[in-house]
Design a protein. Structure first.
Ligand code: MLC
Ligand code: AMP
Length: 503
């Protein structure tokens, strides 16, 4: 058996209908996607990829990039997708840490990736947006038939990096069972069927676009309108042919700001799902007022995929993330004692279930720190259950900013800022932003007698860090507010700069 291949990939072989619809409306049938993934699997095989090896990908979203994921499942290797915004210094860390056998990069990044791959003994292939690059050259010459590796429920399928509070990114290891159990639960909870056509505008290098959107669609034999990114004009043009859409809250605020956000254009949709960041109750209500559609909000994270969801039938309550999914236990505990708290009380949210990951890649101590003895994983989110069992995410105990659905760990950005000439120290915070929900802001203390401009911080950071992690603005101060223990009071800073991006 190969758990995920059998459930998600094998059924494609007999599908002559469209599974993917490209932006130019050309269709990719199941048979074609299956054959393409077989060809890519042969390329990986010939490059020495064995079950358990890692295959990293940093390239633009495309049908071929998706086929690479399916090929990895077939050869039993671990798929390791990476955000296209990552800079070479970040890529060097990921490749060094995960030690992939193969790296597939975009054509434009190949010159920067070559020395990184040489340094870490990885074979480099390229994949462009137009079915081009060395991966496709080799795939076209390869056979479509390729053996399927044996993979059981506990074998790993994917490593997804998530940043950490210490500033070092951690690779979350997800097994076949983790991913399939979640895809099956969500398909059922959200009533997905082969009649569905999902408007797919999310990136496929994160849990939302890959494990929720793609895995759920493949699991039920649905089709996807596969767009390279969220572009409001393209989304509004294509949505008439879709039945469902999944997005981060920024998708919905951008749609709300558009004149085409009407019942005529959106009323036919069966389901809109939101997640990855808090959807403001106000956005939920406005969307319903404008379109008649009640967005279904759910809650998850890279380490656990999806944990809870508002009901499909029944009240989708604005500002809440609904109920635990079947077979998943969620509890709210006292941060000091670890004791479970009664409904209505606010505490740390912990989760246990078949969805919870296998630990952080080569970080056993970090893994142990984040799990309780009884197997519950400490999410780092602060939440409460209301009397009807709905969960509300109140905040986070982890120092994290979520900007447009991307996570930014302040520690990583602060370390880069503190290394700059003229900087004494810094604090990075998230403040409300009308488009991204939260935006990254840096508060910097220059060395005594040094005068600095924002660009002296932002420009060098942009050479080292993905753009979404870079501060949108910088404030200079003489000293950071600290409590009696000497800890920086980020809450004070968040209050001080709360209206930075408000009209
Ligand atoms: C782009 N930029 C961002 C940004 N995205 N800055 C902060 N936060 C972001 N999320 C930068 C760009 O580099 C650009 O910089 C400027 O901001 C404006 O870009 P844009 O053209 O407006 O952005 P766009 O390309 O439209 O992207 C915005 C977005 C995208 C929201 C569509 O970020 C996106 O697709 N986010 C989805 C993230 C996601 O999938 N998260 C799921 C994680 S999984 P400049 O300087 O060049 O102008 C997870 C688990 C779960 O969390 O529960 O799902
Ligand atoms: P990531 O590490 O990218 O998977 O991000 C996971 C984090 O996103 C969670 O721990 C939450 O803090 C946040 N998150 C995801 N979905 C929601 C939601 N619906 N509401 C509030 N926060 C969310």
């Amino acid at each position: 058996m190969n758990m995920l291949f059998d459930a998600l990939v094998a059924p494609l072989e007999s599908r002559s209908d469209a599974v993917l619809i490209r932006p130019d409306n050309s269709e990719v049938t199941g048979e074609q996607l299956f054959a393409l993934s077989g060809q890519i699997a042969n390329v990986l095989h010939d490059a020495g990829v064995k079950p358990g090896h890692r295959v990293a990908m940093q390239c633009e979203k495309s049908v071929e990039a998706l086929a690479l994921y399916l090929a990895c499942l077939r050869v039993g290797s671990l798929f390791l997708p990476l955000n296209t915004a990552y800079m070479p210094a970040e890529m060097d860390y990921f490749v060094g840490d995960a030690e992939p056998t193969v790296v597939v990069s975009s054509i434009k990044a190949a010159d920067q990736m070559a020395p990184i791959c040489a340094n870490h003994n990885a074979t480099l292939f390229t994949l462009g947006e137009n079915s081009d690059g060395t991966l496709m050259d080799a795939a076209r010459a390869a056979a479509t038939d390729c053996p399927v590796a044996e993979r059981g429920p506990d074998d790993l399928a994917v490593i997804l990096y998530t940043s950490g509070t210490t500033g070092r990114s951690k690779g979350a290891m997800l097994s076949h069972k983790n991913l399939l159990s979640n895809a099956e639960s969500l398909s059922e909870a959200w009533r997905f069927t082969s009649d569905d056509r999902l408007l797919h505008a999310l990136p496929i290098f994160h849990a939302h676009g890959l494990f929720v959107a793609v895995n759920v669609s493949l699991n039920v034999g649905a089709s996807m309108i596969f767009l390279p990114k969220f572009d409001i004009d393209v989304v509004m043009e294509k949505i008439g042919n879709a039945t469902t859409m999944m997005g981060v809250p920024t998708f919905y605020t951008r749609m709300l700001a558009d004149a085409r956000c009407t019942p005529e254009n959106l009323g036919h949709m069966r389901l809109f799902v939101s997640g990855s960041a808090p959807l403001l109750a106000e956005t939920h209500r406005e969307f319903e007022a404008k379109t008649g559609q009640r967005i279904l909000e759910r809650y998850g994270m890279t380490e656990t995929t999806m944990n809870s969801s508002n009901p499909y039938d029944g009240e989708r309550r604005a500002g809440t993330v609904g109920f635990p999914l079947p077979n998943i236990e969620l509890r709210v505990v006292d941060p000091e004692t670890g004791d479970e708290l009664p409904k209505g009380e606010i505490g740390n949210l912990e989760v246990r279930g078949p969805n919870v990951f296998q630990g952080y890649w080569r970080m056993p101590e970090k893994t142990a720190e984040d799990f309780r003895d009884d197997g519950f994983f400490i999410t780092g989110d602060i939440a409460k259950f209301d009397q009807d069992g709905y969960i509300t995410i109140i905040g986070r105990s982890k120092d994290l900013v979520i900007s447009g659905g991307y996570n930014v760990y302040p520690k990583e950005v602060e370390s880069e800022i503190d290394d700059l000439d003229g900087v004494n120290e810094s604090a990075v915070i998230g403040v409300p932003h009308p488009d991204f929900g939260e935006a990254v802001v840096a508060v910097v203390v220059p060395k005594s007698g040094v005068a600095m401009e924002a660009d002296q911080i932002i420009s060098p950071l942009q050479q080292r860090l993905a753009k979404f992690k870079c501060p949108k603005t910088v404030f200079f101060v003489d000293a950071l507010p600290r409590n009696t223990m000497g800890k920086v009071q980020k809450n004070e800073l968040r209050k001080t700069y709360a209206t930075t991006f408000q009209a």
